[in-house]
Design a protein around this ligand. Structure first.
Ligand SMILES: Nc1ncnc2c1ncn2[C@@H]1O[C@H](COP(=O)(O)OP(=O)(O)OP(=O)(O)O)[C@@H](O)[C@H]1O
Ligand SMILES: [Mg+2]
Length: 468
């Protein structure tokens, strides 16, 4: 056997020739065989070609934003392979949302730009070792569940946890209700990872964030050319969730027309792509969540009764934080730990008086609000502990209870000091949405109504300014 074939092949995909070359040199020097591709499509072709020859890269390192086929799409294709190699995504600096999405879609790891040689090697080795030990799947799941760990030992939470345990193993539909930020998504993910479908995909659909006219194509997919703008064939969320769990978030916001189609798909476990006539079987479990009162929506005829029954097989109610204030210290500990991991430095602990103060608040934005307040106070805290004054300082900053000190105010900047008109517009827009959202206790639906905006449009803005 030649020396070359003993080297472990790694595929590097990046449209930036400089990064490609830098990674190639680094990895070659470290003894890997390096295959390069200048976009996702070329990477995918290489994988297919090599598979034809019975070879496969031990690992794929791919940029996120690339022409033709981007990193996430490439990831999706690789994950769909039986025995596909682990994928490390390289994302732009600060693009946490995409990184999380990548992890959810099955990326083994992600790296942030600018690329640091040592981090690349460490991440690469860790990922490869995990693969070798064949614990990669379990590791990934553990990491995911770690991020969505359900914290709480108050009586209502213990009750919820035991209901969750029971519901997880049944394959029945679950309807999760609860206020904003109370932890509905956390519950949904826990259900998935405790179910027999844990190895399958968990696909989230935010029903409120999809424009009405696109919902059918998003859910069921479409054929190329089936409507203006449908340039490519597209797989819908139902198909993507095959073998796993489909999480229909904000189900109360689903338009009536779509409700009928969703019901049909759930009853028949078959879907039809827009612009196609053949039916495709899908094996999914559905979990839905809402902060709206669906029973009232049914009475008001904005939600179909039959769909309500279909989704509400196992109802789970997530109690608001004010009903379980005893969990606050545990949650605080949990979030400080998470902050440590993310920021790489340990934030100071919360002193007793400050902890007591937290239990006096009402928490209309629930656990999310607690997290935001805590992260804000951790930024302000100067002493060796986070004190009541630090919380009050964050609270004093705006009409909402928990003001998130990110963006312009954090640096003490105001939009008028922006160096360019473009930045002025961005900063003021961000501030505008932030304030309005806070004034509505984080309720997106209400904010959209107040502003006379489509919810999907508002969601885009919130994502853009990382206000969710
Ligand atoms: N019991 C919990 N343990 C740990 N973290 C929690 C818990 N509940 C909520 N969180 C955290 O609070 C935040 C909000 O949770 P989540 O997104 O699940 O709420 P939600 O009910 O889906 O909110 P929304 O109504 O806005 O969609 C997340 O950061 C989540 O990790
Ligand atoms: Mg949610």
């Amino acid at each position: 056997m030649s020396k070359k074939s003993e080297r472990t092949p790694v595929l590097v995909a990046d449209d930036d020739p400089d990064i490609r070359l830098a990674l190639e040199m680094l990895l070659q020097y470290e003894g890997f065989e390096v295959w390069t591709a200048k976009d996702g499509e070329e990477a995918w072709r290489r994988i297919e070609a090599e598979r034809g020859a019975g070879r496969a890269p031990a690992l794929v390192l791919t940029d996120l934003k690339m022409p033709k086929l981007d990193g996430l799409e490439l990831l999706e294709r690789i994950v769909a392979l039986e025995d596909g190699p682990p994928v490390i995504l390289i994302s732009g600096h600060g693009d946490v949302a995409t990184a999380v999405e990548a992890m959810q879609k099955g990326a083994a790891n992600f790296l942030e730009k600018p690329i640091d040689d040592k981090r690349v090697l460490v991440t690469l080795r860790t990922t490869l070792r995990e693969g070798e030990l064949e614990v990669e799947n379990q590791e990934l799941r553990k990491r995911l569940t770690g991020r969505y760990e359900l914290i709480g030992e108050s009586e209502p939470m213990l009750k919820l946890a035991s209901q969750l345990e029971q519901a997880a193993t049944a394959d029945a539909a679950v309807l999760i209700t609860g206020e904003n930020g109370s932890g509905k998504e956390v519950i949904a993910r826990n259900l998935h990872y405790k179910s027999t479908r844990a190895a399958g995909p968990f696909v989230t659909v935010n029903c409120a964030a999809i424009p009405n006219e696109l919902i059918e194509s998003e859910l069921f997919g479409h054929e190329k050319g089936s409507f203006t703008g449908a340039f490519e064939r597209r797989t819908g969320h139902f198909e993507a969730a095959d073998g796993g769990t489909l999480f229909l978030d904000e189900i109360g916001d689903m338009p009536l027309a779509a409700q009928a189609k969703v019901l049909r798909a759930l009853e028949s476990l078959e879907i039809t792509r827009v612009g196609d006539s053949k039916t495709i079987p899908v094996d999914i479990r559905v979990i839905a969540a809402t902060n709206a009162d669906l029973a009232t929506a049914v009475e008001e005829k904005s939600f179909r009764l039959d769909l309500f029954y279909r989704l509400n097989v196992v109802p789970l109610r997530v109690p608001p934080l004010r009903e379980r204030k005893g969990d606050i210290p545990l949650l605080v500990g949990h979030f400080l730990e998470a902050l440590t991991e993310r920021a790489g430095r340990t934030p100071p602990p919360v002193n007793a008086e400050a902890m007591e103060f937290l239990t006096t608040l009402d928490w209309p934005g629930n656990v999310r609000q607690l997290r935001n307040l805590l992260e804000g106070a951790a930024v302000f805290a100067t002493g060796d502990a986070i004190g009541k004054a630090d919380f009050e300082e964050v609270l004093a900053g705006g009409p909402g209870l928990a003001k998130v000190p990110t963006g312009p105010e954090l640096e003490g900047e105001d939009p008028f000091a922006a160096p360019t008109f473009e930045e002025f517009k961005n900063q003021s827009e961000r501030l505008f949405f932030k304030r309005r959202l806070e004034a509505n206790g984080g309720n997106v639906k209400r904010t959209a109504e107040e502003l006379g905006m489509q919810r999907s449009h508002l969601y885009k803005k919130l994502d853009r300014y990382q206000l969710r």
